[in-house]
Design a protein around this ligand. Structure first.
Ligand code: NDP
Length: 332
């Protein structure tokens, strides 16, 4: 049973020293527990925050213990009547080949409804983040302009497509020409801007001739400073992620944006997807319908092998993924 542990708390950008692979025996499930073989493992930007020893909405990862995250796995052996060998399940499990989990903490995954990997992406936590953040906080109205940063990623790609379904003008911000093509050609965004281009602010202004009514913020930093300059009166800003800041060693003090928010009576609200856990069923039903109808398209980028999970995680900060980044650990 190979396991990846947190070997060291990173300062700045994590690297190979942050992780350690070790081997142990396959654990035995007790009463009410299930032995799960990891099939897909999710790497997520929020895990960077858990590598620091600071108080947040989730506790820090303990040092020298296995990292945990979203996993789709297959039941090898069950000591609970709700699960049988061969069942597919979703849970917060270890970065390891096999995990023992309490049956109460697992959710069944039905492979007849959708490919099982989607339970970690478009029909899982990132999809729900897009759904509730955009609709509940952003409340996009027909004809409004919605800007989303981190637009080609797991959350952002769904945000933009829901905004299109709601009849908005949608502008995505992302970090490569290939991502821009994906957004405008495959996902039908109205415009896409490369924040690495020198004139991106000017390009954004041209792409938003009527200003910005909703800004779904996945990245923070200078990208968000630029978007907020174009914000309209009574705009809404769902504050979802700040990936541009996660690896900073010192706080980055940008321009003071409060005057833009004040003068325009902007509503900026941070949220964590679990705030909406009572409504997950509603969100998944609607997202499932949109996916089945082809109104929401999705991509997954899948690397093979547990040993490659650290690099797949680091790739999020290098912008290597289009859509949801996953690691495939074993076959179904
Ligand atoms: P993504 O699939 O979007 O992957 C991360 C992407 O972020 C990269 O591909 C990269 O794309 C972009 N990025 C990396 N570094 C920077 C940087 N310095 N500046 C600008 N962009 C950068 O990840 P997710 O969709 O899973 O998550 C998106 C955001 O949402 C994250 O900030 C995450 O923490 C947050 N989140 C929040 C949740 C909540 O409950 N509030 C739940 C889930 C996610 P590019 O090429 O465009 O740079």
């Amino acid at each position: 049973n190979r396991r990846i542990q947190l070997a060291e708390r990173p300062k700045g950008v994590p690297d190979a020293r942050t992780f350690r692979m070790e081997e142990g025996s396959v654990p035995e499930p007790g009463d009410g527990e299930v032995l799960v073989r990891t099939v897909y493992l999710s790497v997520d930007p929020y895990m960077r925050g858990r590598m620091n020893d600071v108080k947040s909405y989730v506790p820090p990862f303990p040092l020298n213990e296995v990292l945990t995250g979203g996993v789709v796995g297959q039941v090898e052996h069950s000591r609970d009547e709700r699960f049988q060998s061969g069942d597919l399940v979703l849970g917060m499990l270890g970065w390891q080949d096999y995990s023992v989990a309490k049956a109460d903490e697992l959710t069944p995954v039905n492979p007849e409804l959708a490919p099982p990997s989607t339970a970690l992406g478009v029909l899982g936590m990132p999809g729900l983040t897009a759904y509730f953040g955009l609709l509940d906080i952003g409340s996009p109205q027909e004809g409004e302009t919605v800007v989303v940063s981190g637009a080609a990623g797991a959350v952002g790609s769904v945000v933009g497509q829901i905004a299109k379904i709601k009849g908005c003008r949608v502008v995505g911000i992302a970090g490569s020409k290939e991502k821009l093509r994906y957004l405008t050609e495959e996902l039908q965004f109205d415009a896409a801007i490369d924040y690495r281009s020198e004139n991106w602010q000017q390009e954004l202004k041209q792409a938003c001739p009527d200003g910005v009514d909703v800004y779904f913020d996945n990245v923070g930093g200078e990208v968000s400073d630029g978007v907020i300059r174009l914000i309209n009166p009574f705009a809404r800003i769902p504050l979802c992620g700040q990936i541009a800041l996660y690896n900073l060693e010192k706080p980055d003090l940008g321009p003071r944006i409060q005057p833009f928010l004040l003068v325009n009576r902007v509503w900026m609200k941070g949220f964590i997807v679990s705030d909406y856990s009572r409504r997950f069923k509603e969100g998944l039903t609607q997202l499932g319908q949109w996916v089945a109808q082809g109104k929401i398209r999705y991509r997954e980028q899948i690397v093979d092998g547990l040993e490659n999970a650290p690099d797949a995680f680091l790739g999020l900060f290098r912008g290597e993924n289009i859509g949801k980044q996953l690691v495939k650990v074993s076959e179904i």
